[in-house]
Each structure stands twice: as C-alpha cells, then as structure tokens.
Design a protein around this ligand. Sequence first.
Ligand code: NAI
Length: 707
Amino acid sequence: MTDLVQLTKDNDIAIITINNPPVNALSPGVPEGISEALDRIAQDASVKAAVLIGGGRTFVAGADIKEFGKMTSGKPRGAGLTPFLLKMEDSTKPVIVAIHGTAFGGGLELAMAGHYRVAVSSAQVGQPEVKLGLIPGAAGTQRLPRLAGVAKAVEMCMTGNPVKAEEALKFGIIDRIIEGDLLAGAIAFAREVAAKPAPKTRERNEKLGNATENASIFSSARETAAKKQRGLLAPVAAIDAIEAATKMPFEEGCKFEQKLFIDCLFSEQSKSLIHVFFSEREVSKIPDIPKDTPLIPIKTAAVVGAGTMGGGIAMVLANAGIPVLLKETDQTALDRGLATIKSNYANSVKRGRFSQQAADERLNRITPTLSYDGFSTVDLVIEAVFEGMALKKEVFKELDRVCKPGAILASNTSTLNIDEIAASTSRPAFVIGTHFFSPANVMRLLEIVRGKATSPEVIATCMQLSKTLGKVGVLVGNCRGFVGNRMFGPYRREAQFLIEEGASIEAVDQALVDFGNAMGPLAVGDLAGLDVGWRINKEYRHLQPPGIRQAFVEDHLCELGRFGQKTGAGWYKYDDQRRAAPDPVVDELIRKWVAEAGIVQRQISAEEITDRCIYALVNEGARILEEGYALRASDIDIIYLNGYGFPAHRGGPMWYADTVGLKKVYERVSEFHRQHGEIWRPAPLLKRLAEQGKTFAQFGKEEGVAT
Ligand code: NAI
C-alpha cells in the first residue's frame, strides 16, 4: 500500500483514506493505493462495504495538472484511470464515496465509479476540465449523464462550473447529504446498503433520455457554445462526448471520450490554458522579495478623488471589509461619486450578486469627506485625482504631512513617474503605484508599480493586498505606461494605420474579435473615450522623434467632438442604449483625410490586420521584458488576459508568439520594419531569441524588476 492511501476498519466497514495534501490530487500512487485497498477488501470476508474518503480539507480536488504537461511532452500515458475505475465499480462490496470540500475533475470521476456518494452540505462537485481546454478523460462524460441526466451533464462539462451539494442531491449525483460527522454518517450509510447488490453507474441507463429530447439539448448547447465560448474546442468536444454516451454502449463511449480527450490535450488551446493556470500562480513570486518579508497590516484606508477610478477603488476596498475614507475637493463631486457607488451597489443587488444587507454593509464602510481629517490613522492611501504631475505632487506633499509614519501612499496614475511623485514626500520608501483598471470594481488586473525607493515590505504588502481585494497583482517597473498601456499604444496605433491604409473599421475590429479578443481595438477606443489618447498625444507630441509616422484619424475625430460612446459617436455611432452601428460619415471623412495626407489605400487581409496588431504588442512586450520592466513573459500574459480582454485560450501575447514560433514572428516583424520603417524595428530580444531558436518563456531575469 502506498503511503498516499490508508486502509482501516470500523468493524464490518472498511475505510479507505486518501492522504495526498494539500488537495488529494490524483497523483501517481493514489489510484494504485486505492486499487490495492480494494484487493484487500475483496479478500477480507469480515468486510461488508467500504467508505472512500479524503483526509485533510477536501476529497480529491482534481487531477494533478502537472501530469498533463508531462503527457504532452512525450511521457507515455499508460492506460489512464479508466481500468482502475472499472475495477472499483466491479467491486461486489459496495463502495460509498464520502465527499467534503470539492470533488472536481478526476475527483468526481472517481466518486462516480463508486456505488453511492454521500457529502457534507458544504461540499461541491464539478467537471472543470473545460477551463483548461480539456474534457473529462476518465469516463466523466459517460457516467455523469447516467447520474445527473443529459442536460445537467452537458451544462456541467461545458461550463466547468461547480455544483453545490444540495443541487447535486437533486440531480442524483450524490445520494445523501450528511449532517454532522461525515465519516460516521458514511459508515452508517454503508451499513444500510451493505446487504444490497452494488449498483454500477455505467449500467444505469434510465436517465440517458430519448433521441428527440436529446437532439434538442445537444443542438441548443452547440448554439450556446458557438456564441459564448467562441472558437473553443473543449466545450464542443464535451457535448460530442456526452452525445456518444446517449448513442453508444458504455465501453465504446469511453473510447470515444478518450480520443476527444487526447485531441484536446494536445491542442494549443489546452496548452495555453494550462500555461495561464501556472502563470497566475507564478506571478506572486518576486526574486528579491522573500516570502517571509514582513507585511504591513492594512486595517483602514483612504482614497483621494471620487471620480471614475477613485469611486471604484473605494468599492473594492469596502467589498474586502476595509473601512475607507473617500475624499473630494467639493460637495458636488463628492455627491456625484457617491451616487455612482450607490447605483453600482443597487445594480449588484438587482442582479442577485449580493443581498441588500451586504450592499448596505459595504456602503457603510465608505465615509465621504472633504478634508484630510482622519487620514492620520489610516494604513493605506490610494490617490486617484486628475492625471497631472503638479496636482499629484501637491496631493502627496499633503499626504506626507497628514499620514502617520509607516502608512503606504499609493498612486493610481496611469502614465506618470512614480519616483517623481515619491520625491515630493519625505518617505519615498512608502510610495508605490497601484494601477487599477476601469471599471476598478470589475477588472481583475492590478499593476503594482515599483519605484526606485519602494521598500520590500510595501511591495509585499501590496501584492498580498491584491489577493485580499480579489485582484491579480502583477509587479511592474516604472516606465511610461507601465506594462499594459505601454504595449497598448503600438497596438492601437497599428489599428489606426490599417484604417488609413485602406482597411474598414469593421474589418479591423472583426479580425481581432475573430482572433478571440473580447472587443476590437477601435470599439475599445470608443468605450474608453478617444479624448484620453488625444489629450496625451497633445501633451507628449514634443517627445515624439521627428520623421516618425503618426496616426491622425482619432485626433481628427476628437476635433469634431466624436469622443466615442460618451458623446454618442466615435469610430461608430451609438444609440441611447449604447449599441454601435457603422457610420458612413466617418468612412467618408477618413477617405478625405487620407487623400489629403497622400496615402494610397489598398486591400488589406484579415491576416495582416491580426499580425500587425498582435505583433505590435509582442514587439513592445519583448522590449519591456529585456529592459526588465516585467519579471517574466508570463507576467505580461497575465496583464493582457486580466486587463485587456486577450483570449485565455491563446495564453497571452507573449505565449502566443512562442506558439507561433519566434523565428516566424521575427521575420514578419522584420517585413513590417522594411515596409513601415522605424516604428517596427524588431526588439533586440525578439531577434536574439529567434536566432537562438528559443522562446520568451525560456527567458529569465534573476535580478528583479527594473525601476
Ligand atoms: P476623474 O476625472 O473621473 O476623477 C478625478 C477626481 O479627482 C475628480 O472627481 C476630482 O474632483 C478629484 N480631485 C481632484 N483633485 C483632488 C484633490 N486634491 N483631492 C480630492 N479629490 C480631487 O479621473 P479618473 O478617470 O478617475 O482618473 C483618476 C486617476 O486614475 C488618474 O491618475 C488616471 O490617469 C488614473 N486612471 C484612470 C483610468 C481610467 O480608465 N479612467 C484607468 C487607470 C488609471
């Protein structure tokens, strides 16, 4: 017996306990251990039934995700779990699976091969494989419809969403909810059923439905997948596999599932999603900030500025249970900010996200104010006033005066130099950038900007705070635009150039949507407000080196008052529901402006559109990586996935470039360089890695993020 699995007895009931902390993953040794326990139970005449239970905080929470990577990199897979599960199901002594915590993925597949399932009321079950671009690979798609019915199985395997114990009971996935001690309840249940023949899930066909009903379930599921999970292979494969369960005998269905599972496992989509899974865990590791760096307790906070960002940030803090002062300069602005917060909370209650009471509690944690009174006791201040260096300096000087020593002073600036802001205080070690994304209470990304003097404690505290706030914190260096917006500039620039060169507005947006992005670049511009870029362009025009091509269409649109959605017109025109429609007036204007600029328009393919926009991101990302403003290529990916709607199944821009092959990317960038000049000069790192046959993922810097 392996040390991952223990066999004990309670008189006539055997107890098989899985002990593979932290989550009892089905790593090598676990199935073998259970299998050996089943052999002993079969031979022990005194045992009438067995309970299979997880030690520690959960039942089996899933497969060991590292194993998937080993399989695709050539390690032979063997027979998988299926034969072992058949053996368990064939046991003549009933196996009662006792579930607490989560039975996800392989954990649920294991549970379904038992003869009965009992669970505590807080337990959850699910087949989340689709989130890694996979389908269940150990007969989950064949056993689940036999327990839960076809429609529920389709829903669970397509969305990957967990199901709570009560619902699992309703759908027949579990047989009883145990109040009180799970093991004792499971043993009592085992004694009740010990004398009965053990029912095999694979032989229970009564819930598999009839052909007509099933046809409509499958066709509407395929329609939903096409709409909501555009371009993804795994949801469709899950539907196909469950359809096979309704049409083929169990063994054939399992073979069919296996083939689809392998197809998914070897797909770029699954490899990318697994990359995302590991990257999200990697992001909190910072080479020069050890895990045991002391943290500054954040019990109370303040936000300066109750505009778009400040209001959202105050909500984020309040949602996490942190009382927050919200300061404005005048009553009108304060009232406006609070009204927005109230209406956001009211919407959340209306949509059932949380109760009225929870909304009231959150709102009560926000204290509006027009003065700095009370700032002397807070542990953290986040500044979100207008974007302007002089104003920021003034605010930080004041914060330095009123805040207690040891308080963290953070700025939400999106473009300004953190060191310069820090220099206006007497405590630059306590100054940091916390760059939230709009809307701050929704977007998961938080860029944490390290200044030259920022102390390790302050960085470690902000990284930890991002988790408390339900955000993904990514540490970045202090360069203009930081990581996300610095890359976004060239991306949006190319979108505009493509328009000038002859692509239509819809074609540019559609190409990027087809690539998988949540929205096209021009529609994003309309959403964020074209005036933002216009103002920045005006302010920084003097910094542009002469002779470099500048995009002009957006600036011209702004000169006409077309700022995007907020003015009802930008690249598109908008109705009062903010629904976009193409605007022939804009096409006409563009033709005129382009002709005046002497640009000859041409046909542009969708492939060129995606290559130019995405490789513009990649080329800038390569510079950022080499300059050390991001710690890892995967950190850049996490930024794009959580802040910019980049498709997770492409793994992020840097990972995507790796999957295309850097040699190919470099050649294409070089081609654009020849055609369009200096702005497309290949990043030195891209060139070097391409020549060495390496990837961005292999590029590592040990010295920490640059400041
Ligand atoms: P906003 O214009 O909506 O709000 C700024 C607020 O600050 C105004 O309500 C103003 O009355 C208030 N304010 C000005 N001086 C003040 C003072 N001395 N004390 C208290 N309040 C003061 O601006 P927004 O969009 O919220 O931007 C705030 C900051 O966040 C800027 O630095 C901006 O670059 C950054 N940011 C903006 C994003 C966006 O999408 N809007 C995204 C990420 C960062």
